[in-house]
Ligand binder design. Structure first.
Ligand code: 2AM
Ligand code: CA
Length: 265
């Protein structure tokens, strides 16, 4: 395994251990949800600091783009960090959350690590070298189309501006597939597509740290990833469709009548 991936794994496990250590305390906090939210924000920040500290010890020249601390240092060789993806789940003790790390070199994603501290599953990928779960090679499923496919998604949550467009998509996907799952951690959903547990995935308005690791993983597992209109701009727009080659193509077609100008980006 690549040395960078090993360092990423050490960092992700350290963050995961911290997240698990505070889990009971979060759940038992009988204060207002605001108080619980603040506490979780603090855990996010501590987990991100632990990741940056671990990586910096081995690679002091690397930069970071973190959900909590933003951009710092080197912008050529840097790590994209989501220290706790699925914060709402974590807050409710719903067991779907993860640590997501991607290493980017001159604009190209090179390595990916996604760690699920509940199941202790570790997903990894390196560009050109495939994707693994716990060291075993993973591939996207062999699903040849939407018929019988299980599709992951994320609901609109903050602005709700695209809710009507989304409901149209939801209706069409629901009626043509085996079902839809909304697990609440986009990074873990993408890892599940890479592992063949979901046949496809779509969501609008994600951030680069939600997608950086999972999208490399899917490509290395033989899947396709694009924006909702089929371009490469998903890292900028956050609008993403992924899946096995056939499922990806059919999902694109099914979603396209529902796209407005914003969602086409
Ligand atoms: P986060 O937990 O790191 O914030 C799912 O729709 C994705 O959107 C998750 O990966 C989640 O990442 C992100 N997200 C941000 N705010 C959210 C919210 N209020 N509700 C649900 N998901 C949210
Ligand atoms: Ca996230």
């Amino acid at each position: 395994m690549h040395a960078l991936v090993n360092t990423g794994i050490t960092a992700a496990r350290r963050a995961g251990d911290l997240i698990m250590r505070y889990r009971n305390r979060v759940h038992n906090l009988k204060v207002t949800s605001k108080g619980r939210n603040d506490f979780v924000t603090e855990i996010d920040q501590q987990a991100e600091a632990a990741i940056i500290d671990t990586i910096s010890k081995t690679y002091p020249a690397h930069g970071f783009l973190g959900e909590e601390s933003g951009r710092q240092g080197n912008t050529e060789a840097y790590w994209i960090i989501d220290p706790l993806d699925g914060t709402t789940n974590y807050l409710h003790d719903f067991p779907m959350f993860c640590v997501s790390l991607g290493f980017c070199m001159r604009g190209v994603m090179e390595h990916a690590v996604i760690y699920d501290p509940m199941s202790q599953e570790l997903f990894t990928a390196t560009r050109g070298e495939g994707a693994q779960v716990d060291g075993r090679k993973i591939r996207v499923s062999n699903r040849h189309g939407l018929d019988g496919a299980l599709i992951g998604t994320g609901f609109p949550y903050s602005t709700l501006t695209h809710l009507d467009a989304y409901m149209g998509m939801f209706k069409d996907v629901l009626s043509q597939t085996a079902g839809i799952r909304r697990a609440g951690s986009a990074a873990l959903d993408l890892a599940y597509v890479a592992a063949g547990r979901l046949d496809g995935f779509w969501e609008a308005g994600l951030k680069s740290w939600d997608m950086a690791a999972g999208t490399l993983m899917i490509r290395e597992a033989g899947g396709l990833v694009t924006s909702l209109s089929g371009s490469d701009s998903y890292m900028e727009s956050g609008n993403i469709v992924a899946g096995t080659p056939k499922v990806h193509g059919e999902l694109l077609k099914l979603l396209s009548p529902h796209l407005n100008e914003e969602l086409r980006k």
